[in-house]
Design a protein around this ligand. Structure first.
Ligand code: HEC
Length: 124
């Protein structure tokens, strides 16, 4: 009597634990797949900007690069000014505010600013 009534208990507990473990695994895997794309300004840059600004250059307007000297010349030498350019566009460049959202704009602006300060180390 005690045996037959207690057997299903541990069994279903075990399968519940297994279910929870696989759920946890799915959540962790999803987190890994989604997080970098959302959190990484560099990845956003690759996706939305590198087509025209590969390694901080400018393939359309040669002088208007994302390098520190060019940013200073245009009065854009701050993360805030870069964020405004991304948000609202400038000259021949379309605005990217609605594509990236506020967080995305900030992330890309911060990343671009860091690259400018470091001299676009990936560009050599
Ligand atoms: C379709 C090509 C294109 C894409 C994509 C693009 N840009 Fe631009 N960008 C330009 C052009 C052209 C200019 C020069 C605009 C002007 O002043 O006439 C420019 C200018 C800039 C400037 C000012 C640079 C300077 O020296 O004056 C910044 C900063 C900038 N872009 C950042 C970005 C970022 C960040 C992204 C991605 C969200 C991006 N751009 C995507 C074409 C592009």
């Amino acid at each position: 009597m005690p045996v037959s009534s207690s057997t299903p208990g541990p069994l279903s507990l075990r399968s519940l634990a297994a279910l929870l473990r696989s759920l946890l695994l799915v959540v962790v895997l999803l987190g890994c797949a989604v997080a970098p794309a959302r959190a990484d300004g560099g990845a956003l840059f690759e996706q939305h900007c590198a087509g025209c600004h590969v390694n901080g250059s400018n393939i359309i307007r040669r002088g208007k690069t994302l390098r520190m000297a060019a940013l200073e010349r245009q009065g854009l030498a701050s993360p805030e000014a870069i964020a405004t350019v991304i948000q609202a566009g400038i000259g021949q460049m379309s605005p990217y505010g609605s594509v990236l959202g506020d967080d995305g704009v900030q992330q890309v602006a911060t990343w671009v600013w860091q690259q400018a300060e470091l001299g676009w180390p990936k560009s050599s």
